[in-house]
Write a protein that binds this ligand. Structure first.
Ligand SMILES: C=CC1=C(C)c2cc3[nH]c(cc4nc(cc5[nH]c(cc1n2)c(C)c5CCC(=O)O)C(CCC(=O)O)=C4C)c(C)c3C=C
Ligand SMILES: [Fe+2]
Ligand SMILES: [Fe+2]
Length: 396
């Protein structure tokens, strides 16, 4: 039991902090530029050769500055900012309420840790320590693992742990991670329920003809070619959902949100929509399969660019969008189940799985157990990218 590895000198319950990790989004126009600057400066996300040169490289500044007006405009079209913080907090609050019932031996509190927007992960970690949290569960909110998303967040945590250690102020709290959950049965059930709900809006005679377009955020081919597990894990989610739906409809996996001129994983969602319509499909449903809540990718890209604007070009087409997971009851149960299962799990088994991936030193990129796994690093968390030359640092 994890319980036994948590320092607890009194009869009080062990204090667990669940740090919900995600990319984050700007809450208002003023926050767009700092958000983009952090994002384009992250070498775990954009490991291109031109990024060499570290923090003195001016390219991230140039790209962020040039992109800011366009992105402010897009956030303005969805209400002025990203709702990702609101959803993450609501999901976290509901999740810990349920975990308290499932795991009465622990005192559990949720925290939000974003990579590129406030509250930043590093600040949340400091806050957890200040609050007297004894054990931090780093819980990725990306169901499918990628070095560029979950790996990047773990690296950020790792570097912060090292920084505090060097400053002579090491964390007292211990760490573990829930690093992927692409095929968790309650995630699969959530998607199946939401797809069925949307299918019910279609006339019964046309329902089985709706092409289900599972759409995930794309990745640059340079990331894919490093051996990133993300495409395979997204595919696994899709197959599990289709099995739960008894393969009721035709379906495709497509990729959205390409940024810049380099090659990204395809087919692109908009190209696939156009191609299918031109080939005679009238009913389509977009399903955001790699996001856990609404934000610019669903509310702007899917609803406006691929929805409203596409309808102008193809007035006869019926382009639906499956609701995001947001506060769907089964999804909150999924989050709670993952955390409860993690708190009850045996750390030793988890540690044995700490194998390294071929393209970087992050053991969490290695083989997985049915695509949902939780791992314990009682005294260490490991770094990921090639610029972290020293592998597997220990904090013991
Ligand atoms: C599974 C999720 C995501 C992956 C994989 C991912 C990879 C990835 N993203 C960029 C660049 C941008 N992403 C942007 C926004 C954004 N990205 C995700 C998720 C994933 N990104 C989300 C949830 C959001 C929206 C945040 C919000 O609104 O709340 C942006 C900003 C918008 C824009 O400028 O278009 C950029 C830029 C890269 C380069 C990348 C893989 C290497
Ligand atoms: Fe990695
Ligand atoms: Fe992105």
């Amino acid at each position: 039991m994890l319980k036994s590895s948590v320092r607890c000198y009194s009869t009080a319950k062990p204090r667990i902090g669940v740090l919900m990790l995600n990319l984050g989004g700007p809450e208002n126009s003023a926050a767009v530029h700092p958000f983009l600057l952090r994002l384009f400066s992250d070498r775990d996300l954009i490991p291109l050769p031109f990024m060499q040169g570290g923090k003195y490289n001016l390219l991230p500044r140039f790209i962020a500055k040039r992109r800011t007006p366009k992105i402010i405009e897009q956030y303005n079209r969805i209400g002025g900012g990203s709702p990702i913080k609101m959803w993450t907090e609501e999901q976290g609050n509901a999740m810990v309420e349920r975990v308290a019932q499932l795991c009465p031996d622990f005192e559990v509190k949720n925290y939000t840790g974003f990579r590129y927007a406030e509250p930043l992960t590093e600040d949340a970690m400091d806050q957890m320590e200040a609050d007297g949290i004894q054990h931090c569960v780093a819980f990725t909110q990306y169901p499918q693992y990628s070095c560029s998303t979950t790996g990047s967040s773990f690296n950020g945590m790792y570097r912060h742990i090292i920084k505090r250690q060097k400053e002579g102020n090491p964390f007292k709290m211990t760490f573990s991670a829930i690093d992927r959950w692409a095929t968790h049965p309650l995630l699969v059930k959530s998607f199946a329920e939401l797809i069925n709900k949307q299918l019910e809006t279609v006339e019964p005679k046309d329902r089985h003809k709706v092409v289900l377009l599972f759409s995930a955020h794309s990745l640059p081919m340079s990331v894919i070619n490093r051996g990133d597990p993300y495409p395979q894990e997204v595919g696994a989610t899709v197959e599990h959902v289709m099995k739960a739906l008894n393969y009721s409809n035709p379906y495709r996996l497509v990729w959205q949100s390409k940024v810049g001129p380099s090659a990204w994983l395809g087919p692109q969602t908009d190209d696939a929509i156009k191609g299918l319509i031109k080939n005679g499909s009238k009913n389509l449903m977009m399903i955001p399969i790699a996001f856990t809540s609404d934000h610019i990718e669903t509310l702007y890209e899917m609803d406006i660019e691929y929805g409203e604007e596409m309808k102008e070009e193809f007035p006869d087409a019926n382009i639906l969008r499956c609701e995001s997971l947001n506060m769907h009851k089964t999804f909150v149960d999924c989050l709670s189940d993952l955390v409860a299962d993690h708190l009850k799990s045996d750390g030793k088994t988890i540690q044995q799985m700490a194998l390294r991936c071929p393209m970087c030193t992050n053991p969490t990129c290695g083989p997985m157990r049915g695509f949902f796994s939780s791992r314990t690093f009682p005294q260490n968390l490991t770094g990921c990218t090639s610029d972290d030359k020293e592998p597997m640092k220990s904090f013991g």
